[in-house]
Ligand binder design. Structure first.
Ligand code: 5RP
Length: 262
């Protein structure tokens, strides 16, 4: 059955499965959003249903909340949990310092709040997300709908003085209308190509009126689990610099592979 999965899905599954090793009984766990995080939620659901793992999940989007409930993970809000032991989430890019671009799935605001409210954040990703310098992936910036076109101009003008290669922003669309986030906001995607100073960019963007949050995660991620299509996984820990390698057996996912939906 695993032969039906694309190499990229196998890599995502392998990273997600390995990341379940971080989850222990009694933990409050932030559940990320996206196709890699969906594998994690499915793997955790299986552990809850079949091995009696006792966790409480705090989802980072309405999509993840629905999936978590579907697979049997008890779900509470961040306000109910207040603080989390661990968040596991995907990413659009990660660099050597484990700084991230997130928000390709439009959930960056809840994802950043939840990850920041966690003792530990672990990113799960296929190796294609690894970059030397952030910025090839368009940087998502969540803005309030009121005056968004003015905010877009302000954002583009702000980029002029910064260490980036591209300086245009586009409004993310859903068919004929702007894409609307779970918080009722819009997303501007910034086409920067190269971000020379992610920390500075993140600070500057968040000072622009109308900007709610940006998709740069600086000093938030503690470890990344990198999956490969052949089942190999690498765990890179930013705090102690260690790299651990292991191998995931795809037979462990047989029951999950019948449903590939996010
Ligand atoms: O930030 C995100 C959603 O807002 C996702 O984590 C990111 O887009 C990666 O998604 P995928 O695992 O589907 O590649």
């Amino acid at each position: 059955m695993s032969a039906d999965l694309s190499p990229i899905d196998k890599a995502k599954f392998a990273a997600a499965k390995r990341a379940t090793d971080f989850v222990e009984d009694g933990m409050r766990v932030g559940l990320g959003t996206g196709s890699t995080a969906a594998w994690l939620v499915k793997c955790l659901g299986e552990l809850v249903r079949e091995e009696g793992l006792k966790i409480t999940g705090v989802p980072t989007s309405s999509r993840t909340a629905a999936l978590a409930r579907d697979v049997g993970i008890p779900v509470i809000s961040l306000d109910e949990a207040k603080w989390l032991d661990l968040t596991i989430d995907g990413a659009d890019e990660y660099d050597g310092n484990l700084n991230l671009i997130k928000g390709g799935g439009g959930a960056l605001l809840q994802e950043k709040i939840v990850a920041t409210a966690s003792d530990q954040m672990v990113v799960i990703a296929d190796v294609g997300k690894q970059v030397d310098t952030l910025g090839a992936f368009p940087l998502p910036v969540e803005v309030i709908p009121f005056g968004w076109q003015t905010t877009k101009v302000l954002v583009e003008e702000t980029l002029i003085g910064l260490d980036v290669l591209g300086r245009t922003a586009s409004i993310r669309m859903n068919g004929d209308h702007p894409y609307v986030t779970d918080e009722g906001n819009y997303i501007l995607d910034l086409h920067l190509r190269r971000i020379g100073n992610p920390r500075q960019l993140s600070l500057v963007l968040n000072q622009i009126p109308g900007v709610v949050e940006n998709g740069l995660f600086i000093d938030i991620c503690d470890a990344v689990v990198i999956g490969y299509g052949d089942g190999r996984v690498e765990l890179r820990n930013i705090n102690d610099g260690t790299i651990e390698e292991s191998q995931i057996d795809f037979l462990e996912g047989e029951n999950l592979f019948s449903d590939l939906s996010d």
